[in-house]
Design a protein around this ligand. Structure first.
Ligand SMILES: [Cu+2]
Length: 85
């Protein structure tokens, strides 16, 4: 099999290497149960489908591995009806 690299493909690979995945942590005091965690996870995945989201309703922590900015994630959580401390 011959893999022919087109210009577009090359550009895509360079862009992928540039992607920075940040681990962000948020404290969400009104995340009461695991359903709240699911709602928050869905809201975050709506803006970054490849994000990894871990929620803990006991510690009230939401941990996100994402390419999105902290402001974008904060907005997604807030728009889902939750408050970030
Ligand atoms: Cu809940």
């Amino acid at each position: 099999m011959t893999l022919q690299l087109t210009r577009d493909f090359t550009i895509e690979v360079i862009d992928l290497n540039r992607v920075e995945i940040m681990t962000l942590q948020f404290k969400v005091p009104n995340m009461a149960c695991s359903a709240c965690g699911d709602t928050i996870t869905k809201a975050i995945k709506a803006i970054d489908p490849v994000a990894t989201v871990q929620t803990n309703s006991k510690t009230k922590l939401v941990e996100v591995d994402t390419q999105a900015s902290e402001a974008e994630i904060l907005q997604a959580i807030t728009e889902a009806g939750y408050t970030v401390a």
